[in-house]
Each structure stands twice: as structure tokens, then as C-alpha cells.
Design a protein around this ligand. Structure first.
Ligand code: ADP
Length: 449
């Protein structure tokens, strides 16, 4: 059976309170033994030990009842019963403590202030109202005992050897002790309940926030799955449209004149741009639902070579000087080979796209304590300071980039960022401004040898 958070918390605390009682019982037993044997203060040990055994007995019963309570199947029943149960336990404890105090000196016993512990416990376990009621019961029991002893309705056991005079007959002393006792208990309730209520409220808020996060996560993953399915279907259809267009323009299904070929070519171009876009959306969605579980490692220099080979536009096509500055002994990077290659392709292709002819691109890597730092620097169009934060956003393309390259998806950098994040790294860009070139840097954890 699943308990509510409130029920779980209350039952946990009841268990804690029962355990605490075992410690208290041992404490009472040892104190009585020590005071009577070593301090030689004449205590009525028989009723004190009897009271201790009674506490042991009812604690066992409480323990059994807690187990029974947990078997309750009806929703909400556990909380109601546990509240009632906690109230009963505290009341029984207050009566036991009053009895112990009575058999060990009554108002003369300094342990009277141990009532505060019960009041703090009730303030933690139960409501404000219950705490004030239990505090009132404690005051009623204590003042009742003291008065009964004062009017000699019950015998007073004087702590001779510890107290010089019989305080149970000292009216002023008794009244002031009752006053201090009552105000101490009420102040303790007020302070302890306000702290515990605030903590409970905070806990409720945290639980709610956590539930909201879980729900958001679920919705996000549902959404990602939906995007994955739709873009996958669109991608398939676009691919078949593209192949049909190729068949038509090649003349396999009949003659096509020049004008028609031109139109088909334009359609083909648009289709391939769209296909590119859908592939990026699909790739990004896959990366978002991906969790880097396998601990694969990849050589950076091999990944750079492989990225350079597979790029559709290469630096040499634009007469761009490419410089590689990689240490000969470089640790492997903790990332899957395909992902590292895709990350590098995106960054190097951007550097190539957004750098005018005869420019320069420099790729360097540095070994750090736990990471590898990679920098891809170009002498291209640069990024203005106001766009620095925006360019990693999905679909964002800066105006200076649009002016150079009409087509683009604005998804290359978000993909790069998602890859780096999936493997516990970070990515950023540095640029002095438009026309000043840019430096894209990323850091990824390295293989520990
Ligand atoms: P796309 O290249 O398709 O526009 P990206 O996500 O790869 O999409 O890049 C987003 C934007 O970041 C680009 O449109 C451009 O404004 C800027 N950008 C990316 N790389 C560079 C670069 N090397 N130099 C200057 N701007 C860049």
C-alpha cells in the first residue's frame, strides 16, 4: 500500500518516538540506580522501577500497534489513526512522567523540566492545537500533583539529602514554580510549532515543485517523441520526392524541356534544404532524449580528420588556410565517435561558411586536469556582443550570417550544445564583435588513465 507523504512522515516520526522511549527508559533506570546507590539519596525505588517496567510494557504495545496500523488499507485512515495514536502516546507519557516525578520528590525534583521534551516532540509530530492541548495537560498534571501534595491529599516524598527544607509546603515557591513551568511550556510550544510548521510548509512546497518537474519532464519527453515521429515521417516523404524529381529531371519518364528542368532543379534545391532542416530537427530531438550511458572514448585528432573529410564545404574550397595545433600526446575524449564528429563538423563548417575567402581557421586543443579544451578560431564575420547569448538558441540566425549565407537552419549550434551537454561538457563563443572573427570553444571530460 502506498502512503501519502504526510502519513509516511507521521509514521516515521512515531517510530522514532518509540525508539526514543527505549532510551528514556534506560535513562530513568540508570538515574534511579545511580541516585539511590551512589548519591545515597533515599528514593522510593520500588514504585520507580515499577513505573519503568510499565513504560517498557506500553512501549511494546505501541510498537505492535504501529505494525498493525501500517496494515490499514483504507486511504486516509492511517493518517487519522496515527494522529490519534500519537496524541495517546504523548498523554500516557505525560502521566508516566508525573508519576515518576511524584515518586522522586515532586516539586523538589529538578527533572520536572523534562516535560519540555514531550512538548517539543508533540510540536514536531502534531498540529498547533494538539500541542497546546498537550501542554495544558502537562501543566494540569504537574500543578495538580504539586497541589495534592501541598494539601496532603497524597503523601510527599521528600528528597532528604538533596533538598534542605520540605519545598512541597512552601506556597510562594510552589506558585512561582507552577508559573515558570506553565509559561516555559507555552513558549516552547509557540516556538517549536512555528519552526516545525514552517519546515512542513517548505517540505510541501518542495514536494510540489518536484512533482511539477517530473510532470514537465514527462511532457517534454512525450513532445520529443512526437517531434521524432513526425520529422521521421516527413524526412521519408521528402527523400522519396527528391528521388522522383531526380528520375524526372534525368528524363527517365519522358522528355522534359529546359524550362521544366529549371523548375525541377529549383524544386530539388528547396526539397534538399527542407530535408536538411528536417534532419537537423530530428537529430536535435534525438539528442534531447538521449542519455550518455556508455562510457565511450574517442581520439580528437582522428575525429577532426574524419569531420574534415565529410564536410560538404571545406576550407580549401574557399582558399581558407587551415591550421591544426594539437599536442602529439593527447588523451582521448569521453564521448561517442559519431557525436564528436557531428559536433566538430557543425563548428568547422560554420567557421568555413562564415569566413570570407582567403581567411584563416585555426583548430587547437589543450589538455586540462580533467578535460580537453578545444578551440576553433576563424577570421570571419564575428558575432556582435548582443548576439553572443542568442546564437545557441534554436533557429536563431544573426543578420550578418543571413547576409552571407541565405539558407541555414539555425540548428547547428543548438545541436553542438546539446551534444556537449549530454557528455557533461560546456560550450561557448568568444568574439570581439562583427567582422572581428570568432572563437568557438568547448570543453569535454577526458579519459582518465
Ligand atoms: P546556421 O549556420 O544554419 O545558421 P547554426 O546554429 O550553426 O545555424 O548557427 C547559428 C548562428 O550562429 C548563425 O546563423 C550565425 O549567426 C552564428 N554563427 C555560427 N557560427 C559562426 C561563426 N563561425 N562566425 C560567426 N557567426 C557564427
Amino acid at each position: 500500500m502506498k502512503y501519502t507523504l504526510q502519513e509516511e512522515e507521521l509514521i516515521g516520526r512515531i517510530n522514532w518516538y518509540i525508539n526514543l522511549r527505549w532510551i528514556a527508559v534506560c535513562g530513568v533506570f540508570l538515574t534511579v540506580l545511580f541516585v539511590s546507590k551512589f548519591l545515597k539519596i533515599p528514593l522510593h525505588t520500588t514504585p520507580l522501577y515499577t513505573a519503568t517496567f510499565i513504560i517498557v510494557g506500553y512501549n511494546l504495545l505501541f510498537l505492535l500497534y504501529t505494525k498493525k496500523l501500517l496494515k490499514s488499507k483504507k486511504p486516509g485512515e492511517v493518517l487519522k489513526k496515527a494522529n490519534y495514536f500519537a496524541n495517546v502516546q504523548i498523554s500516557v507519557d505525560l502521566i508516566s512522567l508525573t508519576a515518576l516525578i511524584h515518586f522522586s520528590g515532586g516539586v523538589e525534583n529538578p527533572f520536572i523540566f523534562y516535560f519540555i521534551f514531550h512538548i517539543i516532540v508533540v510540536s514536531i509530530l502534531l498540529s498547533r492545537k494538539a500541542s497546546y492541548l498537550q501542554a495544558t495537560l502537562a501543566i494540569f498534571l504537574f500543578s495538580g500533583l504539586v497541589e495534592l501534595e501541598y494539601f496532603r491529599f497524597v503523601p510527599h516524598i521528600c528528597l532528604k539529602g538533596f533538598i534542605k527544607t520540605d519545598l512541597s509546603q512552601d506556597k510562594i515557591y510552589i506558585l512561582s514554580i507552577i508559573f515558570v513551568f506553565a509559561t516555559t511550556l507555552y513558549i516552547s510550544v509557540s516556538m517549536a510549532t512555528s519552526i516545525s510548521q514552517r519546515l512542513r510548509q517548505r517540505q510541501r512546497e518542495l514536494t510540489l515543485a518536484n512533482e511539477r518537474l517530473i510532470e514537465q519532464d514527462r511532457l517534454k519527453s512525450e513532445y520529443v517523441q512526437y517531434v521524432l515521429r513526425v520529422s521521421h515521417d516527413i524526412q521519408e516523404d521528402l527523400s522519396s520526392i527528391q528521388s522522383c524529381l531526380k528520375v524526372i529531371s534525368a528524363g527517365f519518364v519522358g522528355d522534359v524541356d529546359k524550362k521544366q528542368i529549371e523548375m525541377i532543379k529549383r524544386t530539388e534545391y528547396r526539397t534538399s534544404t527542407l530535408l536538411h532542416f528536417v534532419r537537423d530537427v530530428l537529430g536535435l530531438s534525438r539528442l534531447k532524449s538521449f542519455r550518455a550511458l556508455e562510457k565511450k572514448t574517442t581520439s580528437l585528432s582522428e575525429a577532426i580528420q574524419s569531420a574534415l573529410m565529410s564536410m560538404s564545404i571545406r576550407p580549401e574550397d574557399k582558399d581558407i588556410k587551415l591550421e591544426l595545433d594539437l599536442p602529439t600526446e593527447l588523451s582521448k575524449v569521453k564521448i561517442d565517435e559519431i557525436n564528436l564528429k557531428e559536433l566538430l563538423v557543425n563548428l568547422i563548417a560554420n567557421a568555413t561558411k562564415y569566413t570570407p575567402k582567403k581567411g584563416e581557421i585555426k583548430i587547437s586543443a589543450k589538455e586540462e586536469e580533467e578535460n580537453i579544451l578545444v578551440e576553433i578560431q576563424d577570421t570571419g564575420i564575428g558575432v556582435s556582443p548582443e548576439n553572443i547569448d542568442k546564437i545557441f538558441q534554436e533557429f536563431y540566425r544573426a543578420d550578418n550570417a543571413k547576409a552571407i549565407e541565405r539558407d541555414g537552419t539555425g540548428l547547428g549550434l543548438p545541436i553542438a550544445k546539446q551534444i556537449v551537454q549530454n557528455y557533461g561538457g560546456s560550450i561557448w563563443v568568444e568574439s570581439e564583435g562583427e567582422g572581428m572573427g570568432s572563437k568557438f570553444c568547448f570543453r569535454l571530460p577526458k579519459e582518465v588513465k
